[in-house]
Every structure is written in structure tokens, then in C-alpha cells.
Design a protein around this ligand. Structure first.
Ligand SMILES: [Zn+2]
Length: 177
């Protein structure tokens, strides 16, 4: 342990610094000591997770209101009533993603040991949702709705989950609360 006032070493178990006499504070340091750069972590907690929550909130409204289907929403729902059900359920999923992003933000901000896992779950669940949405829409309409961009978003979500897993694995000593 290092004295906070003079910087000299303090033997374990001592309550006062032998060099300058400063009292050893019982409380842990405010933030864990970073062993790796934490830019991505900061980007996640100060921007991306809030942005994701907001984006999911917006998309929940677009699912509930039908604007997700564009200008022909009424015609699409009339032709494929099951699609309305898929979109309502998706609206609730998006609300769940928004809430999860905020919970993940809180856990990461506190250096909770569950935070990194929650980030990975967020991106894996996003990929699973994209897969299930396209699959449901394809089954309901009988039209293959798996285009390049939808496959890209599914694979992208899984890759993102994996990259976050690697990133936080290197920094797992910081997430112990
Ligand atoms: Zn000291």
C-alpha cells in the first residue's frame, strides 16, 4: 500500500503512515486502477448505451405505430394480419432493449462484475432479435425477407458481442464489484 499523502510504502495492517503519520483510509480507492486503455468503456458509458436506449425507444414507437412498415403499413397489415402481431411483440422487445441498455450502463458505471456480461448479452440478444424478426416476417408473409443488410446486422451483432467479450476479458480485474 502507498501513502496517499507522501507516497511512501505503508506495511500491511498499519493504520498510520510510518513516514508522515497520515491516517490510512479504510475505504477503497474511488475507481479501480486501469491496466489497459478504457476509451471504449468510456464511449459505452457516456454515449453508446444511452444512444442505444434512445434508439430502441424510438424503434419501439415505430413498431407499435406501424411506421416501421413505411407508407404502405395499412395495406401490409391488411394483407398479413400476423405481421401486426409480430410488430407489436417487437415493440415490447425494443422497450426491453432500451431498459437493458440503461441497466447495463448503471452496472458498467459501478464497475459491477456483471456489467461486461450484460454488454455481451445486449449484442447477442440484438442479433437474436434481428434473426427472429426476419424469420417471423418471412414465415408470416411467405416472402424471403433475409436480405444482405439483415444478415449483416445479425452477423454484426454477434461479432460485436465477441469483440466486447475480448475487450472486457482483458480488463476483468477492474470489474469486481
Ligand atoms: Zn505518508
Amino acid at each position: 500500500m502507498i501513502c496517499e499523502r507522501c507516497g511512501n510504502p505503508i506495511p500491511a495492517g498499519q493504520t498510520y503512515c510510518p513516514s508522515c503519520g497520515a491516517a490510512v483510509r479504510a475505504s477503497a480507492p474511488k475507481e479501480p486502477v486501469a491496466t489497459h486503455p478504457m476509451k471504449w468503456y468510456k464511449f459505452l458509458i457516456y454515449f453508446l448505451l444511452f444512444f442505444s436506449a434512445f434508439a430502441n425507444l424510438l424503434s419501439s414507437f415505430s413498431y407499435f405505430s406501424g411506421t416501421v412498415q413505411g407508407v404502405y403499413a395499412a395495406e401490409i397489415y391488411a394483407a398479413y394480419p400476423g405481421m401486426k402481431v409480430v410488430d407489436i411483440l417487437s415493440g415490447f422487445c425494443a422497450l426491453g432493449f432500451a431498459a437493458w441498455a440503461i441497466l447495463t450502463r448503471i452496472a458498467l458505471g459501478k464497475y459491477s462484475r456483471f456489467g461486461p456480461m450484460m454488454v455481451c448479452i445486449f449484442y447477442m440478444a440484438s442479433a437474436a432479435f434481428n434473426l427472429l424478426y426476419r424469420l417471423s416476417a418471412t414465415l408470416v408473409t411467405g416472402i424471403n425477407l433475409f436480405d444482405v443488410s439483415s444478415v449483416g446486422s445479425i452477423v454484426g451483432g454477434l461479432v460485436f458481442a465477441y469483440l466486447n467479450y475480448i475487450y472486457f476479458k482483458k480488463r476483468r480485474s477492474m470489474f469486481v464489484r
